[in-house]
Design a protein around this ligand. Structure first.
Ligand code: SAM
Length: 287
């Protein structure tokens, strides 16, 4: 038996669950699932299965469904239970609750009712992809799922064009080809990217390339499984000297030469030495 059943404080306990490999559950997640007075899940069937795999008994405790279609009434009932002193454990179907998954309404309601909230963290496809993708992880932007309609997707991608960090996007296999084509058009064909598929599962695969080359690979047939797309930030060839000058001047308005060089070098992808030299020269000129 890998878990400990012990009294759990009243309130809301989020529980991260695996994104593929059942053994990625944490011991603390099992403790919380074994101990909570009430269990709630986006998908009660998959939570039951997980409990079975790890030998955690339900022991007659209520297991409630809380997904996007059942929200308000169930949230009210769970908040009422917590207010009466019960502990509620909530997990989504896979990975971390609230990350492209339900849970936010419940969190907001618990916070508004001044109830304690804890989280037993677990895997997330976003962070797993970042670890494997081979793109910088010093800064990243989680964009979740892009809109499905082409015009809305193009405009969402345009809004992400200048984000100074790696973009992390979730996508369904059947839209992957179209999404990569739109990303290549909007963000630049030469941008580095990675398609991370079936993470932690038997057919895990990471394909790295430019947006253009990946769009070609996936233009024909939709791959199988679950997918995270990573896209590198804009790199030096897209930053003109004028941009560098004005970015540095803006940064120097509120920070030292050293800090301005750090920030602008990270944002532009230009070598720090080159940016530091330019920052020093602007600072001297403005002296
Ligand atoms: N809450 C989850 C998390 O923390 O990653 C995300 C749930 S969201 C509804 C499902 C999407 O996450 C999938 O369509 C896919 O984009 C991504 N995803 C989940 N599991 C994955 C896996 N094993 N490999 C690749 N992507 C995955």
């Amino acid at each position: 038996m890998n878990f400990r059943k012990a009294p759990l404080a009243p309130g809301l306990h989020f529980v991260g669950v695996p994104i593929g490999s059942a053994r990625d559950i944490t011991l603390r997640a099992l403790d919380v699932l074994a101990s909570a007075d009430v269990l709630a899940a986006e998908d009660t069937r998959s939570l039951r299965k997980l409990l079975d795999i790890h030998g955690v008994p339900l022991d007659g405790r209520p297991l409630m469904a809380l997904h996007d279609h059942s929200r308000d009434a169930v949230v009210d009932r769970l908040v009422a239970q917590m207010a009466e002193g019960r502990s509620v454990a909530y997990s989504s179907e896979a990975g971390m609750p609230l990350i492209a998954d339900p849970g936010f309404e419940l969190s907001r309601a618990a916070v508004a009712a001044d109830l304690p909230v804890t989280c037993a963290p677990g895997p997330s496809a976003a962070l797993t992809a970042l670890a494997l993708g081979g793109l910088p992880t010093d800064a990243f932007f989680f964009g979740g799922f892009l809109p499905q309609a082409k015009a809305a997707r193009l405009s969402a991608l345009s809004a992400l064009r200048d984000v100074p960090g790696t973009l992390v996007l979730y996508e369904s296999p059947k839209r992957l080809g179209a999404m990569l084509r739109d990303a290549a058009e909007t963000l630049g064909r030469a941008r580095s990217a990675a398609v991370c598929r079936e993470l932690t599962k038997k057919f895990e695969e990471v394909r790295r390339g430019t947006l253009e080359s990946l769009a070609e690979v996936y233009a024909g047939a939709a791959p199988k499984g679950e997918i995270v797309v990573l896209v590198d930030r804009p790199r030096s060839e897209t930053v003109s000297d004028f941009d560098l000058d004005s970015e540095l001047r803006a940064a120097l308005g509120s920070m030292s030469v050293r800090d301005a060089a750090d920030v602008v070098s990270k944002a532009s992808g230009l070598p720090r030495k080159q940016v530091y030299k330019a920052a020093l020269s602007i600072a001297k000129d403005d002296g």
